[in-house]
Design a protein around this ligand. Structure first.
Ligand code: ADP
Ligand code: ADP
Ligand code: ZN
Length: 216
């Protein structure tokens, strides 16, 4: 089962992807997480990517395409994967299709999380992430049991550097210009499924599970 979660920053892709990992046992592939790990490790790729990420711009296609191609070849992707935050441009989507074709597979479903753009600033400024295990929270909509402490591992919850209002505006603009066209792109391929991303987290998950059931 090869899935893509599509939606603007803050739509809930990461939240839903992690729940799907627990449910189906296939990996989440988040280009954002992979890039942030490279930034933390200070690899040459991370050093280059950081400038784009801090500005709220997209990292160049060839960099992220390379990351994903390499990741998809790993053994844990054999039975499927959940792409979260990739593809973000038509060029990335074309490259993904080509490399999947080479290994005789293809995307089964693209799940578009439809959200009210106005709600996203509040979602992103309130987003908190566990420094140790990467679990996601929201100060209002999905708070941890104890302030600033991860329910799952006790780690410290931190705010992403790019989740400040000025950078968020730029990211939403980049989404509108470069990523939103993928909704039509996948709709034309007949594999787009739309979900109401404004519903509560558990309801969104149920809708996605229904879609997945329909695939098999
Ligand atoms: P994305 O990966 O699409 O950028 P996230 O999954 O990180 O989005 O979600 C952004 C923020 O919104 C997080 O703080 C998350 O807890 C919260 N969130 C996710 N889904 C919902 C929802 N359906 N309703 C309210 N808040 C949500
Ligand atoms: P969000 O879901 O909140 O938009 P991500 O964690 O997916 O955040 O991405 C964070 C940043 O990493 C993006 O703003 C961008 O700079 C970079 N990035 C992640 N995925 C891609 C991608 N597929 N193409 C280009 N840049 C990416
Ligand atoms: Zn944790």
């Amino acid at each position: 089962m090869d899935l893509i979660l599509l939606g603007p920053p803050g739509a809930g892709k990461g939240t839903q992807a992690k729940m799907l990992v627990d449910r189906y046992g296939i990996p989440q592939i988040s280009t954002g997480d992979i890039l942030r790990a490279a930034v933390r490790e200070g690899t040459p790729m991370g050093i280059k990517a950081k400038e784009y990420m801090d500005a709220g711009d997209l990292v160049p296609d060839e960099v992220v395409v390379g990351i994903v191609q390499e990741r998809l070849q790993q053994e844990d992707c054999a039975d499927g994967f959940i792409l979260d935050g990739f593809p973000r441009t038509v060029a990335q989507a074309d490259a993904l299709e080509d490399s999947l074709k080479e290994s005789g597979r293809g995307i089964d479903a693209v799940i578009s999380l439809d959200v009210d753009i106005e709600a996203l600033v509040g979602r992103l400024t309130g987003r908190r992430t566990c420094k140790d295990c990467g679990a996601g929270y929201h100060v209002k909509f999905d708070p941890p049991k104890t302030d600033l402490i991860c329910d799952k591992c006790g780690g410290e919850l931190i705010q992403r550097q790019d989740d400040q209002e000025s950078t968020i505006r730029e990211r939403l603009d980049v989404y509108r210009r470069q990523t939103a066209p993928l909704v039509d792109y996948y709709s034309q391929k007949g594999i787009l499924f739309r979900v109401d991303g404004m519903a509560p987290i558990d309801s969104v998950q149920s809708e996605i599970v229904q879609i997945v059931k329909g695939l098999t």
